[in-house]
Ligand binder design. Structure first.
Ligand SMILES: [Zn+2]
Length: 235
């Protein structure tokens, strides 16, 4: 069984190596490995969001939650020049905290640490303490509640990169919420390879070219390490 996992990790590394337009798509599953609550549980953030409720206050400050080995592996893909775009359903700020460049990231459901301008759509850190944007527009929570439309820039870029991708890697998402779930479909339509790393089932399992049910932390860091070797870099 272990050898079989090794061989799938090697395949993933090889595909990362060959990819000219890699798109990574992350969901709550990547952050549960950082000790964040199960967002889909009975009182999870997403369950509450779907009911139109705000996120439950965290028992510890958001600032204290750190990116885990999965987030760090994606950041390494960026450092290796391999990451074309990252699409995330998460609002936990862990991708930005790991060092992902804001211009390579779409946060489809907003970011708990940022406010968004109702007029121009720009976002600013809550910590700046501003109540209005430079353009004069009002700043409100950037987190998207049920029934609210997704941020246009993020959504547009996500579809654009999904269509351009030749390798689309889903990390910790069950791909059940649209329009996010439409993105792997766009990628497949463009001929991309689809890789899914998710504990539970997804509607795309039968379409995936490579499937991991293992923990993200057991797969992605090893694939990136292997990729570095393929690129001629040794640690
Ligand atoms: Zn503005």
């Amino acid at each position: 069984m272990k050898d079989e996992l090794d061989s799938r990790i090697h395949t993933l590394a090889q595909w990362l190596y060959e990819s000219g337009h890699l798109v990574v798509f992350t969901g709550a599953g990547i952050s549960t490995e950082s000790g964040l609550p199960d967002f889909r549980g009975p009182d999870g953030m997403w369950t509450r969001r779907d009911k139109g409720l705000p996120p439950r206050p965290m028992t510890r400050p958001w600032d204290s939650v750190e990116p885990n080995s999965g987030h760090i592996a994606i950041k390494k893909l960026q450092d290796l020049g391999k990451l074309a775009f990252l699409i995330s359903q998460n609002v936990d700020n862990l991708h930005l905290k790991s060092g992902i460049r804001p211009d390579l990231l779409a946060e489809l459901h907003g970011n708990i640490t940022r406010l968004r301008c109702t007029r121009c759509g720009e976002t600013v850190s809550k910590s700046a303490g501003l109540s209005s944007c430079q353009c004069g527009g009002r700043l409100v929570s950037s987190v998207v509640n049920f029934g609210e439309s997704l941020p246009q820039r993020d959504l547009g870029l996500s579809f654009e990169h999904s269509r351009k991708s030749d390798l689309f890697v889903v990390v910790g998402s069950s791909l059940v919420v649209t329009p996010a779930a439409d993105m792997p479909r766009e990628a497949l339509r463009s001929g991309a390879r689809l890789v899914i790393i998710n504990h539970g089932e997804t509607p795309f399992d039968r379409l995936a070219h490579l499937r991991f049910h293992e923990k993200i932390g057991e797969v992605l860091p090893r694939a990136v390490k292997r990729l570095k070797r393929l690129m001629g870099m040794f640690e």
